[in-house]
Write a protein that binds this ligand. Structure first.
Ligand code: NZQ
Ligand code: ZN
Length: 380
């Protein structure tokens, strides 16, 4: 087991009607900038619940944070927050609104341009913020990371901000999510766990079992949610799986990968694919190309998560990769670039970007532009 540090100061409030308790989480003296997405919160009643809970507070609303939030939108929110003299920010939305808020919170207390903050990888100072989560997927409600796009340059990069002070999780707010958004959220959750699990064998027995538990839960609930997305217990398990998938807990003492995410972010930046939809295309191909390195762990996954009993080790590994791809397809998501209508020239641009940046990614830092090219070829 590797050395590790763990710090996660986010207070989680989970359950039915939990948004009503927002006023117990924010001091009355705060001037709150409330950040929203494009309007789903107005349509599904989340906005009304938030505003009712914050009766008597000073607040200013910022609307229009898009999926895959852009620095261009963040700049507008920072200007509004500065003018309003905000002292606290409340994000109401999915990963995109929470991620954007992590940058707004850094931009408000800085003279730097928000894109410079992203490119410095770490925000020095950040205004306190909390969240009301409406999409289970990213774990942003309980981690300090954020991923921001730049419309002008068609780039998408992660940076490190701070954890939310609190996050409120009411599974009932997820009932209005589209089938596609749920599929992408389940896929994102699954791949987050795989990025932390499918690396080096025998590093941590306990973390392996936790990761396998989340993977098995997601596989078990996914078809049931497709039948009934307003089932409270199913959506609760989905929500907690997503939070546990990327709140830092599963990475205690283990080696992490994140290559699927790095390539997926380029697909989103250049071809506009939804985050979860980009990952399900990359992961099976990456498992095939990195089969020798990841073989022992894929075998463990085959036997313990997918319960594959028949065949040689090699056959079990191949079957596990095939079953992973089929699981993603069962969510209704295309697992090939051609099926997702991504033009061929995008592949070349991604390979060029990896070459120009001299990036070497993955758990062994050995996935370079030539491996990325091979992975993308297999994704066709
Ligand atoms: O904008 P509105 O109208 O609110 O619509 C949103 C959006 O179009 C809608 N939506 C949100 N809550 C809803 C709802 N629709 C109906 N009912 C509700 N309750 O859903 C759409 C997608 O929302 P978004 O926030 O984009 O989804 P998600 O949570 O998947 O976030 C994706 C973003 O997070 C980043 C991704 O790269 C992407 O930019 N990630 C952040 C991470 C992190 N901070 O640690 C890690 C992840 O790997 C990921 O990269
Ligand atoms: Zn993700």
């Amino acid at each position: 087991m590797r050395n590790f540090e763990f710090y996660c100061p986010t207070k989680l409030i989970f359950g039915k009607d939990s948004l009503a308790g927002l006023n117990k989480l924010i001091d009355k003296k705060e001037r709150i900038l409330i950040t929203f997405g494009g309007g789903s919160a107005k349509r599904n009643g989340v906005y009304d619940q938030v505003i009712k809970a914050l009766e008597g507070y000073d607040y200013s609303e910022f609307w229009g944070i898009e999926a895959n939030p852009t620095v261009e939108t963040v700049r507008k929110a920072v200007a509004q927050g500065k003018e309003y003299k905000a002292t606290f920010i409340l994000a109401v939305g999915g990963g995109s609104v929470i991620d954007a808020t992590k940058l707004i919170a850094a931009g408000i207390v800085s003279d730097k341009d928000p894109w410079d903050i992203v490119r410095s990888h770490y925000a020095e100072k950040v205004m306190p913020f909390g969240s009301v989560l409406t999409v289970p997927a990213t774990g942003s409600e309980m981690n300090s990371g954020a991923v921001i796009s730049c419309k002008k340059t068609k780039e998408k990069f992660a940076f490190s901000s701070r954890h939310p002070k609190f996050s409120v999780l009411d599974p009932e707010v997820t009932y209005s999510l589209s089938d596609h958004q749920i599929a992408c959220g389940l896929a994102d959750t699954f791949v987050h766990v795989m990025e932390q699990y499918l690396t080096v064998k025998d590093e941590s027995m306990i973390m392996d079992r936790f990761a396998e538990g989340v993977l098995m839960t997601v596989m078990e609930i996914a078809p049931k949610i497709r039948q009934d997305k307003t089932n409270y217990d199913l959506m609760s398990n989905y929500m907690i799986s997503a939070t546990m998938g990327l709140n830092g807990f599963l990475s205690w003492g283990i080696t992490e990968d994140w290559a699927t995410h790095s390539i997926g972010h380029e697909l989103t930046a250049l071809a506009g694919l939804t985050h979860g939809a980009s990952l399900v295309i990359i992961l099976p191909a990456l498992m095939r190309i990195m089969k020798d390195q990841k073989g022992p762990k894929i075998l463990q996954y085959a036997e313990r998560v997918l319960h594959i009993k028949e065949g040689s080790d090699n056959e079990k590994i191949d079957k596990a990769i095939q079953m992973t791809e089929e699981f993603f397809q069962s969510l209704g998501l295309p697992t090939r670039l051609s099926d997702a209508q991504v033009p061929q020239n995008i592949d070349n641009e991604i390979v060029k970007r990896f070459a120009d940046r001299r990036w070497k990614i993955g758990e062994a830092r050995n996935i370079d532009s030539s491996k990325v090219e091979a992975i993308l070829k297999l994704c066709r």
